[in-house]
Design a protein around this ligand. Sequence first.
Ligand SMILES: NC(=O)c1ccc[n+]([C@@H]2O[C@H](COP(=O)([O-])OP(=O)(O)OC[C@H]3O[C@@H](n4cnc5c(N)ncnc54)[C@H](O)[C@@H]3O)[C@@H](O)[C@H]2O)c1
Length: 250
Amino acid sequence: MDKKCAIVTGAARGIGLATADLFLENGWQVAMLDRDGDALLKQTAQRENVLALVRDVSNPQDVNAAMRETHGWAGRIDALVNNAGVAEFGPIDGCDFEMWRRVMETNLDGVFLCSQAATPHLKETQGAIVNIASISGLRASTLRVAYGTSKAAVIHLTKQHAAELGEHGIRVNCVAPGPVKTKLSMAVHSPEIIKSYHDSIPLNRYGSERELAEVIVFLASEKASYVSGQIVAVDGGFESTGVGLPALRS
Ligand SMILES: NC(=O)c1ccc[n+]([C@@H]2O[C@H](COP(=O)([O-])OP(=O)(O)OC[C@H]3O[C@@H](n4cnc5c(N)ncnc54)[C@H](O)[C@@H]3O)[C@@H](O)[C@H]2O)c1
């Protein structure tokens, strides 16, 4: 009962896995949720103080069961990291309703469902929610009509939740990652996109999973006790810049 407990969705790999590991390093216990059972169980088998939740964040029954199981296991829920996400890129006229729904049901419905189901538990601990959006939710770009819109909605949902849940002592913040080389991004970043990111990021490189995890865990922790309703771009400076970087470098 002493150890704090975090739920991290999409924890089988990538940014979610790095976040789970950093919570563990900081002495938390972690409920690791992912719908990819094989990948998740491979990771949880190698760690202590973790609970494996093979669940889908877009399914309300799954989400409610996951919260119940986590509370039964740890006796408390102090933080929820809504990290599970999918990326499908394509032109607007190629985005059919099935693709739109596939993106929305995980990226947006999942955040709504998990946050709502965790709220009664977070009220008990005066806990925190950290949502993972994207720079694609801050800046429109080509091919991201569904993905970018889902992430922009997550940014606003963060503010809605921060406004309403603050009086219960629950803080709600959002991290907007820049590009990180994970399975998700490598499936949709063409060579042109990779080059264009390098050109338009002041730090001139992709970020690492660990660099994202550091900010996510900070926002979930007591160290951020007066931070709520904020969107933190962890993007090597991408969001802050305008035109001219490639010209400056050459
Ligand atoms: N990698 C990047 O460049 C980047 C940039 C901006 C934002 N993000 C965001 O960061 C988050 C993590 O991305 P990542 O790059 O680590 O991706 P990833 O594909 O490596 O990991 C995502 C995990 O989420 C799980 N998942 C997907 N849908 C799920 C669902 N409905 N229910 C349960 N689990 C589900 C997958 O099985 C996978 O294990 C995502 O929300 C993504 O949109 C990533």
